[in-house]
Design a protein around this ligand. Sequence first.
Ligand code: AMP
Ligand code: MG
Length: 351
Amino acid sequence: MNPGKRPHILLVAALSASLSSVPSCSRAPEKIIEDSRFFMGTVVQIKVSIDPAERGEAGAKDAMNLAFDEIKRIEDVYSVYKDTSEVSRINRLRKNERLQITDGVLNLIHKTLDYSERTDGAFDITVKPLVDLWGSARKANKPPDEPELKRALGRVGYKDVVLDEAAHTIHFKKEGMSIDLGAAAKGYATDRAVRILEENGINNALVNSGGDMYCLGKRTAHELWKVGVQHPRDRNRLFLKIRLKDRAIDTSGDYERYFVIGGKRYSHVIDPRTGYPIGDNVVSASVIAADSTTADILATAMCVLGEKGFGIIKREPGGIDAVLVTFEAGRLTVKMSEGIRERYDISQEKL
Ligand code: AMP
Ligand code: MG
């Protein structure tokens, strides 16, 4: 869970700043309360729309605090940067050594392995040896050589992760394997926070974990939540604005989180099949799904798959949409999933 995607949150805030309470003729206006905290290397923002007739502000604030507590808990369990996390314990396993893991971790890993299958390995949490290799290359300002790449690639492969659902254990079939849930955990944290809000009586809220967002219910009785996606080459502009209800939107891309080695720009998203960061053809992918974990996973996968990804999301249950920005013949080009404009109130600025 590296720092990243921070600008989205500012832009989302900007979109609704002018609408902090919206009058209606027959009833008390909803009030929006919001709070932001720093978790998982990013700013997490929660906004709650309160109907004063239904629920008081104090109760809503309590619910928000519980949601933030849950996000902190998730960071403590899932972070690869904390030695004491459950994921770090998994990453210290030797070949065939088993570790008992908690339900939440087991279920999330299970989901990511499913998506590895469905994306032909474009999404793969066992990519960590490659993430580490490219991280060292960045520090040394020198790309890895072929033998190093081959060695790291030999330690990657979702098919060599074994979950025993009955015994609640995980083990790796190869030596030196490790996992990185960074491409799914922010979305998962968003979903968990939403669940906690709902369990505490909140029906209308927006949770934004550094660009991995979920819109619960509506902003007011008359309007949906409106979120924005940053222009891929200009952090001061929005390129997409979309109204959503009970939907997540997550964006992955090269524009915030990339690194430079010897003057060449590399994406933080790696193709686990080749060992190389994705090329400069895909600039960003935004995915809309019924939950933020799925949207987070598929946004990363779409970055690896490019246009081919549309074929995959089309087959997914639950109605998944995507907006892909590519760089072709010296121009930024936008491609959207078929029918997205009929399903959503979406506006797009020219790139
Ligand atoms: P996201 O910002 O959600 O696209 O997540 C990117 C992060 O996920 C990277 O910083 C890596 O830690 C990890 N990652 C990179 N490539 C992949 C991949 N192909 N599949 C799964 N995780 C990846
Ligand atoms: Mg992701």
